[in-house]
Write a protein that binds this ligand. Structure first.
Ligand SMILES: NC(=O)c1ccc[n+]([C@@H]2O[C@H](COP(=O)([O-])OP(=O)(O)OC[C@H]3O[C@@H](n4cnc5c(N)ncnc54)[C@H](O)[C@@H]3O)[C@@H](O)[C@H]2O)c1
Ligand SMILES: O=C(O)C[C@H](O)C(=O)O
Length: 412
């Protein structure tokens, strides 16, 4: 293992935005723009500014790409937080590990996480090629210390005291494959990695990206149960990309501002199990039956759209890294005490008869604080049929994952 220390930046200037939020600018000051890079480096400061109605324009920060990329996360925070937001001093105090960090998703995800002011340590693990990625990243002048870990013997050290573990390890699809075709390889990878997570950081939030998510999350749950450390509130299948895509496609179709659009996507993460609830789109918008059909199919096939466009060179990596970074940032905000964090995720659930189901969830310090059941109330006939239609496939994928671990139990 090689630990490479990045320059630690001051983020104390958060207070400049925070104090304005609490005093001088305590009324709506729409149109105010922040052009101080130090202010913009602070997510919480931006959130405080945003929550009082200030426009935060990343174009004002020139070379501060950190702010530019975080801009859309901030826009979401602004949408979520209508009340005044009390904490103003983010501490770079959380440890994040990425397993599969040298891969197509892992590398851009590591870059985006490196930009978070909440992260103090970023541990990058892969079976090969991770040292160069970590050394490269460590030159970015953001707070976290980047460390690299290669191979089984370094995995335990990578996971020690980690708060959030993100797992994009595994093979991606090629044209003509389903996500389930990845099961034979990725099931074992996830099973082994989760065994190490259970042994070394059982309290961490676990974000599973590796496909087929509909099965790899139940696999992870079974391993954690066999290890005696399963906390269903802290195990997440990352379905954020489905929401990101739904928001993008709906905004384009209905000519809406991207930052305003929020479409819950429920069910699972494969084909017809991906179920956008277009009737619950915010802001409220009406769709013709043809638009519903077209948008639903596009959102469900968006992964395949990318796989085909990449023509054998893998599946979504950049948009996935963006989506995963958003979910990491949301988890860190929740861990840091923000009480207004909502995301969609595939989690243990009782909103349907299925043991796992993607829903909108409220995140808190201890993980899932609430599953928003009301999203499944008042569905349109189209959505109700889609919900019933997805259940057999999702059920089979869940059972496949559970059976896989039962046939090859892990050592306690
Ligand atoms: N949840 C989603 O929305 C979503 C979106 C896109 C891709 N994915 C999935 O994410 C996975 C990764 O995709 P990618 O494009 O980054 O693939 P990739 O092949 O580019 O990268 C995968 C990385 O995992 C590493 N790896 C393999 N076995 C490992 C192990 N045992 N321990 C640690 N690392 C290991 C590889 O060395 C590689 O660096 C795929 O399964 C893909 O289907 C999921
Ligand atoms: O489609 C894939 O195989 C990758 C991922 O699940 C996606 O939705 O892009």
């Amino acid at each position: 293992m090689a630990a490479t220390s990045a320059t630690t930046l001051s983020i104390g200037s958060t207070a400049c935005v925070g104090s304005k939020a609490n005093s001088t600018f305590n009324s709506k000051t729409s149109g105010l723009r922040f052009n101080s890079p130090n202010c913009l480096r602070s997510f919480s400061g931006l959130k405080a500014a945003s929550s009082i109605g200030c426009e935060v324009d990343s174009s004002f920060v020139g070379k501060e790409s950190c702010a530019a990329i975080r801009h859309s996360f901030v826009s979401r925070a602004r949408k979520q937080s209508q009340r005044s937001y009390n904490y103003v001093q983010p501490q770079a105090s959380y440890k994040v590990a990425i397993l599969g960090a040298a891969g197509g998703i892992g590398q851009p995800l590591a870059l985006l996480v490196k930009m978070s002011p909440l992260v103090s340590a970023l541990n990058l693990y892969d079976v090969a090629n991770v040292k160069g990625v970590a050394t490269d990243l460590s030159h970015c002048n953001t707070p976290s210390q980047v460390s690299d870990f290669t191979g089984d013997e370094e995995l335990a050290n990578c996971l020690k005291d980690v708060n959030v573990v993100v797992i994009p390890a595994g093979v991606p699809r090629k044209p003509g494959m389903t996500r389930d075709d990845l099961f034979n390889i990725n099931a074992s990878i996830v099973k082994n990695l989760i065994g190490a997570v259970a042994d070394n950081c059982p309290d961490a939030f676990i974000h599973i990206i590796s496909n087929p998510v509909n099965s790899t999350v139940p696999i992870a749950a079974e391993v954690l149960k066999q290890k005696g450390v399963y906390d269903p509130k802290k195990l997440f299948g990352v379905t954020t990309l489905d929401v990101v895509r739904a928001n993008t496609f709906v905004a384009q179709k209905k000519n809406l501002r991207l930052i305003d659009v929020d479409v819950p996507v429920v069910g699972g993460h494969a084909g017809i199990t991906i179920m956008p609830l277009l009737s619950k789109t915010k802001p409220s918008v009406t769709f013709t039956d043809e638009e519903v059909q077209e948008l639903t199919v596009r959102i469900q096939n968006a992964g395949t759209e990318v796989v085909e466009a990449k023509a054998g060179a893998g599946s979504a990596t950049l948009s996935m890294a963006y989506a995963a970074a958003r979910f990491v940032e949301s988890s860190l905000r929740a861990l840091d005490g923000d009480s207004d964090v909502y995301e969609c995720s595939y989690v243990q659930s009782d909103v349907t008869e299925l043991p796992f189901f993607a829903s909108r969830i409220k995140l808190g310090r201890n993980g899932v604080e609430a599953v928003i059941k009301s999203d499944l109330e008042g569905l349109t006939e189209y959505e109700q049929k889609a919900l019933e239609a997805l259940k057999p496939e999702l059920k089979a994928s869940i059972e496949k994952g559970i059976n896989f671990v039962h046939k090859q139990p892990v050592a306690a």
